[in-house]
Design a protein around this ligand. Structure first.
Ligand code: ZN
Ligand code: CU
Length: 483
């Protein structure tokens, strides 16, 4: 490639490169799918020039915690994510991956129903899923975890007990095959029915297979409340025994009696980090969201229904009001709405801020893209960290906020040549206005696109500009360690 010309040139912007380094005033040249030069490029010829003055040129954001496995097919423009400046999503979190599992006519049991219907579970092998994405590429890139609930439903006739030796063997073979196809690692969701009965040894056996191929272990822990210490111990133990890096998903201290405990839990991360590779992700809200679970109703200060198959008209409404209307307890009302989903107000703002401030915390939305009235994190997470927590509250510098959603995430998830603005890296770029970037999605109006995201580029192609999709779908199914 010539250094005199390029395809697209961003001129006069402030480059925040994703490493945490201070911003520099520089032009950025893109040739093909890569960043070809950075600096004073006023002499350079370009197919197109994009005026970036007053804007930040950052690496495209990486959403490390998503349930977008099926959104990649259903909304290939990935609007909830790309409108925030996200250029790569990690799917298969919380033990729930779309592949490999064939459900035929069966209704997927919760929480598998967060990803889609029975017909959506149609991939016999993990590689078939990646191949299908190669055939119909989405706008954004995706990296892949293989979920333990998915494995158990495929290998066991009854998931309410530990797997026996033969079943562990069968699952280990599937993990091996998934890793060979390019999976990034293995995930669990140990509060959920299909995964719950798996003892530590079963998880270690499968994590070892993933670790042997260079994969990581990502977990929605057994307990995020009273027993969070035990759960952290179990997570770190799995990492040590299976010798692989671990990531704690959506770290939180749930339930009033646990508010304030993040000081303790983060100290445990510090201690673990001395001897092993440990990471965590977090979303910037005091409410969580998942399927309707009656026990969570008691722990939450407020519950909003996000979808219900039995009573779809209750989506978006407070459970307390629904219970009053039905003349029953909140628990009973919740039970009547299953299968369904809910938002649970469970966390303390001070904990959210303390966890967000922790230098090893990555940003992950945990957004649920198929809910009819989703948690606003689906549309707002990244601009909320940049605009609300970094700019308005000054919790961290903008450079540091960007690092936690780009460079750090790429490093922890092994996304080669991504998450940084560097010569030779892939041209995944988000252009945003540091003065106006902010989330607009609220609990009342959750599907509102964020403000201040000017342009989004994936693999050298512009996928969004001035709030509109361009129709380009240059996203790739990212195989571990492959470009
Ligand atoms: Zn989870
Ligand atoms: Cu999740």
């Amino acid at each position: 490639m010539s250094n005199k010309s390029c395809d697209i040139l961003f001129t006069g912007g402030e480059v925040i490169d994703g490493t945490g380094a201070d911003r520099v005033h520089a032009d950025v040249a893109v040739t093909g799918d890569r960043i070809s030069a950075i600096g004073d490029l006023s002499e350079m010829q370009a197919g197109r020039k994009v005026d970036a003055s007053g804007r930040v040129v950052a690496p495209g954001f990486i959403d490390v915690h998503t349930h977008d496995d099926n959104l990649l097919f259903r909304d290939p423009d990935m609007t909830p994510k790309t409108s925030q400046g996200v250029t790569t999503v990690v799917v298969g979190n919380c033990g729930v991956s779309l592949a490999p599992l064939v459900l035929g006519g069966e209704t997927p049991p919760p929480p598998m129903d967060l990803l889609g219907n029975s017909g959506d579970y149609r991939f016999e092998r993990f590689g078939d899923y990646l191949d299908a994405l190669d055939q119909t590429p989405p706008a954004a890139n995706a990296a892949f975890l293989i979920g333990h609930s998915t494995l158990r439903l495929g290998a066991m006739s009854d998931v309410d007990r530990p797997a026996n030796a033969g079943e562990i063997d069968a699952m280990a073979k599937v993990v091996e095959e998934a890793m060979q196809s390019g999976a990034t690692g293995f995930s669990t969701g140990l509060i959920y029915a299909p995964n719950k009965a798996a003892p530590t040894d079963e998880i270690v056996a499968l994590a070892e297979v993933a670790g042997g191929k260079g994969g990581i272990y990502v977990t929605h822990m057994r307990n995020e409340g009273v027993d969070i210490d035990k759960s952290l111990d179990e997570t770190f133990e799995i990492g040590r025994r299976a010798s692989l890096p671990v990531v704690v998903s959506h770290h939180k201290c749930a339930g009033k009696e646990n508010h304030g405990r993040s000081a303790e839990t983060l100290a445990r991360f510090d201690k673990a980090l001395k001897g092993q590779k440990v990471g965590l992700d977090v979303y910037p809200y005091t409410a969580g969201s998942t399927v309707i679970m009656v026990d969570m109703v008691d722990a939450a200060e407020r519950v909003i229904i996000t979808w219900s198959e039995t009573r779809p008209e209750f989506s978006g409404r407070d459970l307390a009001d629904i219970a009053a209307e039905l003349g029953c307890s909140a628990r009973d009302a919740a039970a009547q709405l299953i299968p369904g989903g809910a938002i649970y107000f469970l966390m303390d703002e001070a904990d959210v801020q303390r966890i967000l401030s922790y230098p090893h915390a990555m940003v992950g939305s945990d957004g649920l893209p198929h809910d009819s009235h989703p948690h606003p994190r689906l549309w707002g997470t990244f601009p909320r960290v940049l605009g609300h927590y970094a700019r308005e509250l000054g919790l961290m510098s903008l450079e540091e906020a960007v690092r936690r959603m780009t460079g750090l995430s790429a490093e922890q998830f092994g996304l080669k040549d991504r998450g940084v603005v560097r010569q030779g890296a892939f041209a995944d770029i988000t252009l945003f206005d540091p003065e106006t970037v902010i989330d607009s999605a609220t609990f009342e109006k959750p599907m509102t696109p964020a403000a201040g995201i000017n342009l989004v580029m994936v693999n050298g192609k512009i996928i969004r500009e001035q709030g509109r999709v361009t129709g380009a779908r240059p996203g790739r199914a990212l195989r571990r360690n492959a470009a």
